[in-house]
Design a protein around this ligand. Structure first.
Ligand code: PLP
Length: 441
C-alpha cells in the first residue's frame, strides 16, 4: 500500500450517507467552519444555517461554553469504560436530561445516535414485557412515513419505502399506523391541524387484528421531522395514549427532533401534554458537537426490569461509548447554554413570527402546502412530472449558492433553524426561498 497514492482532496474514498455521491462529487458543497447562525464555505462565503445542521445544532455553532467544556474534558478524562465502571458526568447528565421530562420519566440510557436510541427503546420495551412474564408481547407498531433512524429496528418500525425496500425482510411482527399528513384536509394549516385525530383509532383495528396480548409498543414521532414536518392532528397523540393505556401497550415517543426546544418547549412531551412511557433523544442533546443519544424511561419500567432480572446484569444491552465522558461534558454544557440563554422560551416567543414567515410563501410558485410548529417549517412543492424530488433538490442548490442552507426530503423543503435565529435572518431565509422558487423550473 502506498500511503501517498491518494491526493488529500480525492473525493472517491468517502462514501457519503443519504447523498447522491455522483452529483455531490461532481459539484461539491464543502463547509470548512461555522459560528453562530453561519457556515463558512471552502470558497469563503457565509451561509445561513436554516436547518440547525441536521436538526441538531439548536444553540448555534461553536458556542464557547460547549467548546471549552469539550476541550477541558478530553484533557482530563478522555474515556472510561461504562460497563461495570462509571464516571460522574454521565450520572449528572442523566439527572439533567430526566429533569427536562415530567416526573415518572426518571431514568436515562445513553447511546450514540438517534438510531441507537430507537433500537434501545424497542429492546427495553421487549425486555420489560418479558421480565413481567408477559413475553408474548413482541409486536412493535410504527407508522407510515415515520423516520426512526437506520438501524434494523428503526427501519422496521419506520415507514419510508426507500429506507426499507433494499434491506430484506426486516424485523418480523411489525405493523404500521397510517400517517397523519393529508393536504386535502389540512393544506396551509397554521400549527397542528384540527382534522385527523381519528387516525389514531387505527390502533384499535391493529389491536383487534393481532390481540393486545401480542403487542409490546407503539412508536411515533410526536412531530415527524425528517419526512417533511408532518404534524399531529389536535388530540391525536392523546388518543394514542388512551388506546395504549387501555391495552397495556407501551407508548414510545421518538423525540430525536422534538426534544431540546424545537417546538418552543423542552420536549414534545411537554409541548403536547402527553406523556409516553419511553422517549428517545439525540441530536440537540449535545448541540450536535459530539454524537450522543439518550433514552428516557419511565421509573416503573426500570424498576420492573431490575426486579425481574434473572442475572446480575439486568439488561444485556449497551455501547462502548454509552455516556462517553466527552459527550457527557458536551451535553452538560449544552443544557447549560439552553437554560442560561432561555433558548426554549426564545423559540416559543419567536414562533408566531416564524409562522407568518413560513406562510408568507402562500401563492409562491410550485408551493402546494405550508406547515409550521415551534421553530420548524415545511414548504411542500408540487413534484415535477416524472422527476420526484428534482425540483426541491434544485431549490436546495440554488439556495446554497445564495447563502442559505435548506434541507429537502422528496419535494418538501424542511426548515429548522438554530433557536438563536434573529428575525432579520428569518426574513433572509424566506426571501431567498421565494427568489429561488421563482427561478426553478
Ligand atoms: C425522529 C428521528 N429518529 C431517529 C433519527 C436517527 O438519528 P441518527 O441519525 O442520529 O441515528 C432521526 C434523525 O433524523 C430522527 O429524526
Amino acid at each position: 500500500m502506498n500511503l501517498d497514492s491518494r491526493a488529500p482532496n480525492d473525493l472517491n474514498s468517502y462514501w457519503m450517507p443519504f447523498t447522491s455521491n455522483r452529483a455531490f462529487k461532481s459539484d461539491p458543497r464543502m463547509i470548512v467552519a461555522a459560528e453562530g447562525m453561519y457556515y463558512t464555505t471552502a470558497d469563503g462565503r457565509k451561509v445561513i444555517d436554516a436547518t440547525a445542521g441536521l436538526w441538531c445544532v439548536n444553540a448555534g455553532h461553536t458556542r464557547p461554553r460547549i467548546v471549552e467544556a469539550v476541550q477541558a474534558q478530553v484533557a482530563t478524562l478522555d474515556y472510561a469504560p461504562c460497563f461495570n465502571f462509571g464516571h460522574p458526568r454521565a450520572f449528572e447528565l442523566a439527572n439533567r436530561v430526566a429533569d427536562l421530562f415530567p416526573d415518572g420519566l426518571n431514568t436515562v440510557f445513553f447511546t450514540n445516535s438517534g438510531s441507537e436510541s430507537v433500537d434501545t427503546a424497542l429492546k427495553i420495551a421487549l425486555a420489560y414485557h418479558r421480565g413481567r412474564r408477559d413475553g408474548a408481547r413482541t409486536r412493535l407498531i410504527g407508522r407510515e412515513r415515520g423516520y426512526h433512524g437506520v438501524g434494523f429496528g428503526g427501519i422496521s418500525v419506520g415507514g419510508i419505502v426507500k429506507n426499507r425496500m433494499y434491506f430484506g425482510s426486516l424485523l418480523s411482527g411489525v405493523d404500521h399506523l397510517p400517517h397523519t399528513h393529508n393536504p386535502d384536509h389540512n393544506a396551509f394549516t397554521r400549527g397542528c391541524p384540527e382534522w385527523g385525530a381519528h387516525l389514531a383509532d387505527d390502533l384499535e383495528r391493529i389491536v383487534a387484528l393481532h390481540d393486545a396480548s401480542t403487542i409490546a409498543a407503539v412508536i411515533v414521532e410526536p412531530m415527524a421531522g425528517s419526512t417533511g414536518v408532518l404534524l399531529p392532528p389536535a388530540g391525536y397523540l392523546q388518543k394514542l395514549r388512551e388506546i395504549c393505556d387501555r391495552h397495556g401497550i407501551l407508548l414510545i415517543f421518538d423525540e430525536v427532533i422534538t426534544a431540546f426546544g424545537r417546538l418552543g418547549a423542552a420536549t414534545g412531551t411537554e409541548f403536547f401534554g402527553v406523556q409516553p412511557d419511553i422517549a428517545t433523544t439525540a441530536k440537540g442533546l449535545t448541540n450536535g458537537v459530539i454524537p450522543m443519544g439518550a433514552v428516557v424511561v419511565d421509573q416503573r419500567i426500570y424498576d420492573s426490569v431490575l426486579e425481574h432480572a434473572d442475572a446480575p446484569i439486568e439488561l444485556f444491552h449497551g455501547y462502548t461509548y454509552s455516556g462517553h465522558p466527552v459527550a457527557a461534558a458536551a451535553g452538560l454544557a449544552t443544557l447549560d447554554t439552553y437554560r442560561e440563554e432561555g433558548l426554549f422560551e426564545r423559540a416559543a416567543a419567536l414562533s408566531p413570527y416564524w409562522e407568518n414567515a413560513v406562510h408568507s410563501l402562500k401563492g409562491a410558485r410550485h408551493v402546494i402546502d405550508l406547515r409550521n410548529l415551534g421553530l420548524a417549517g415545511a414548504v411542500e412543492l408540487e413534484p415535477r412530472p416524472g422527476a420526484p424530488g428534482a425540483r426541491a433538490t434544485e431549490a436546495m442548490i440554488k439556495a446554497w449558492e445564495r447563502g442559505v442552507m435548506i434541507r429537502v426530503t422528496a419535494d418538501i423543503i424542511a426548515l429548522s433553524p438554530p433557536l438563536i435565529i434573529e428575525k432579520a435572518e428569518i426574513d433572509t431565509v424566506f426571501g431567498v426561498i421565494g427568489d429561488v422558487l421563482r427561478e426553478v423550473a
